[in-house]
Design a binder for this molecule. Structure first.
Ligand code: CU
Length: 400
């Protein structure tokens, strides 16, 4: 394998000894974790600077050089790096954990001649739903059960990439993203078919229903707090993304510290560019996220909570058993999500496209600040830790 083009990456997985889906599969191990990644030959800081500077067409996101499955991929004119291999034994059922670890790209994931039984998304068990292919956006995770019930040979695992702009990178072939599903007993070779193009049932997110405790917080009653979030790209002079006209910028002191040590409690306590909304304990919070007019997909990720996708990009509004996850792709329309503010803390909501996050596409929810300082589970900082702050601030800037 060409060492300049293989990435070693070992995701952590958390398994549930009481997994309600345990009877549906035989294997769930290191062989069945599948990462989907975009790969840049240039280091992020340099291309990010060009993107943020914005001049000369640089408002377009940096385009990767290749897509990788489990760290292996190819670029035009590059070496024929062996595709990653997922080993199976005929007759067995495998829980594949598919993870999009990209900075930017979405992937349409499928396996030649095999269907995908989705049982979990973003850590939440869902009722099994069988599809042939599914879009996986940056930050999203799916568990799918694949039954090795076909003839003993090699099959393509395919993951063509979806980007928001046509490629200006001559290295990239968005269709040429493969791995091999290899049956024990088949030759150690690539499949002989060359299936390109999409076919079969594509996952519609709104058909997914949680296995446990389905139902949106608050049912179909109005939420306690409804927050409209509109986002825009500004290209005047430099590239910036704003939510409700504010570009998020990290504060000098972390939000957590300002809440627990400096008593920040109300929205005016925070600076404008912290773009921080204060939520009250146990409020039913509804976020109404308006997609961008051009219909590009922005995968929004919330820390601290899974949320119910009441209104996704397609399908009717659903308060009974909507999908529950923590990254939702927002396209051109309006996406509505809900969660209950029962987890005190500062939680980030941000686009999982790294370039957009760096350009400001984020807000913060300061959830129940009072309950962080008092109540049954206060987060009190020891004085000896607080004493570190003046020591840190006294350091020369280069060391801060
Ligand atoms: Cu985005």
């Amino acid at each position: 394998m060409s060492t300049d083009f293989a990435v070693c990456f070992t995701p952590g997985t958390i398994t549930d000894p009481q997994d309600p889906h345990a009877s549906l599969y035989d294997y769930d191990d290191a062989n069945t974790v599948i990462t989907l990644a975009d790969w840049y030959h240039k280091a992020a800081p340099s291309i990010q600077e060009i993107y943020l500077r914005g001049n000369g067409g640089g408002n377009h996101e940096p385009i990767p050089d290749a897509g990788l499955i489990n760290g292996a991929g190819r670029y035009k004119g590059g070496p024929a790096t062996p595709w990653a291999r997922v080993n199976v034994v005929a007759g067995k059922r495998y829980r594949l954990r598919v993870i999009n670890i990209s900075a930017y790209a979405g992937f349409e994931f499928s396996i030649e001649s095999h269907s995908l039984k989705i049982i979990e998304l973003d850590g939440i068990n869902h009722a099994p739903l069988t599809v042939d292919r599914m879009m996986v956006y940056a930050g999203q995770r799916y568990s799918v059960v694949v039954h090795a019930n076909q003839a003993v040979k090699n099959y393509w695992i395919r993951a063509p990439m979806e980007l928001q702009h046509s490629s200006d990178n001559k290295n990239l072939d968005t269709e040429n993203v493969y791995a091999v599903l290899h049956y024990a007993g088949a030759p150690a070779a690539e499949p002989t078919t060359r299936a390109r193009g999409s076919s079969g049932t594509l996952l519609q997110e709104h058909l997914l229903a949680p296995l446990e405790n389905p139902g949106a917080p608050g049912g179909n009653h109005p939420a306690d707090r409804s927050i409209d979030l509109g986002f825009t790209r500004n290209t005047n002079g430099q590239t910036e993304w704003t939510v409700n006209d504010i570009r998020y910028e990290s504060p000098d002191l972390p939000t957590l510290l300002n809440i627990v040590a400096n008593g920040f409690t109300a929205e005016p306590d925070f600076t404008t560019h912290e773009n921080t909304y204060v939520l009250k304990k146990d409020q039913i919070v509804e976020l109404v996220i308006h997609g961008s007019a051009n219909g590009h997909v922005h995968p929004f990720h919330l820390h601290g909570h899974p949320f119910d996708v009441i209104q996704g990009n397609s399908g009717p509004a659903n308060y009974i058993n909507p999908p529950r996850r923590d990254v939702v792709g927002v396209k051109g329309g309006t996406v509505i999500i809900r969660f209950k503010a029962d987890n005190p803390g500062p939680w980030f909501l941000h686009c999982h496209i790294d370039w957009h996050l760096e350009a400001g596409l984020a807000v913060v929810f300061a959830e129940a600040p009072n309950e962080q300082r008092t109540g049954p589970a206060p987060q009190i900082i020891k004085q000896s830790w607080l004493d570190l702050c003046p020591i840190y601030r006294a350091l020369p800037p280069a060391l801060q």
